[in-house]
Design a binder for this molecule. Structure first.
Ligand SMILES: [Zn+2]
Length: 220
């Protein structure tokens, strides 16, 4: 595959499989002879490619070796199926003077997702929600009781509580027994969590008349 050719890859901006144009391609070979006449061979092909839909750029690698005839394909940055919420910048601004743990948590949850660390993402959501609940309805001692108090106070609906509870409890209790939430389950708990954080903090900040300053240009 050479520069100018087309290849179908995942686009992290369009969030799906898209045609890409290869901008640059190269490869590296590594050969060893551990015993006389016995060769070990590794080949890595690199392709820097641009999405034909949105111009987002990705690096795709294909790796093979003598004992591994099926190529291993990877992309950098790793494939994601979900973008960080657009209001992250507003959250950062609102908390500039104080505690930025919510924003830090959300960023860490998304970097766990990017690296395919779904268990860590579930633990991160649990820890974030716990902090948000304690801040708003005081600590009711257990996670389940906090969730119930959170629902009674009107921060989440019964349907949202029922969507959150089992996944987060299962993730917490059986972490050591190999539990792994599916991507759909993680998307469901993130939908609720983002909704809660946005409505409590971002929307409240806007309602209080706190205007977010315009974004500075990169070269300013
Ligand atoms: Zn794209």
């Amino acid at each position: 595959m050479s520069a100018g050719s087309r290849i179908k890859l995942h686009c992290n901006a369009c969030l799906g499989e898209r045609w890409h144009t290869v901008l640059f391609a190269t490869q590296r070979e590594h050969v060893e002879e551990p015993h006389e006449g016995d060769y070990y061979h590794e080949l890595t092909k690199y392709q820097l490619a641009e999405c034909n839909g949105c111009e987002h750029v990705t690096l795709h690698t294909t790796w093979t070796n003598s004992g591994q005839p099926t190529p291993i394909e990877e992309q950098w940055p790793p494939k994601i199926s979900r973008q960080q919420p657009r209001w992250m910048r507003e959250l950062r601004w609102l908390f500039e003077q104080g505690n930025s743990f919510k924003q830090d948590f959300i960023r860490e949850i998304y970097s766990s997702l990017k690296a395919g660390n779904f268990r860590l993402a579930v633990l991160g959501v649990r820890a974030l929600l716990e902090q948000v609940m304690i801040e708003n309805v005081a600590d009711q001692r257990t996670f389940t009781q906090n969730l119930e108090a959170f629902e009674r106070a009107g921060f989440i609906s019964r349907i949202q509580r029922e969507a959150l509870g089992p996944i987060i409890e299962a993730g917490h209790a059986s972490m050591h027994r190999g539990f792994k939430a599916t991507e759909a389950e993680i998307n469901a708990i993130l939908d609720v969590t983002e909704n809660v954080v946005e409505s409590i903090y971002v929307a409240k900040g806007k309602a209080a008349g706190l205007a977010v300053p315009p974004r500075a240009r990169p070269n300013e």
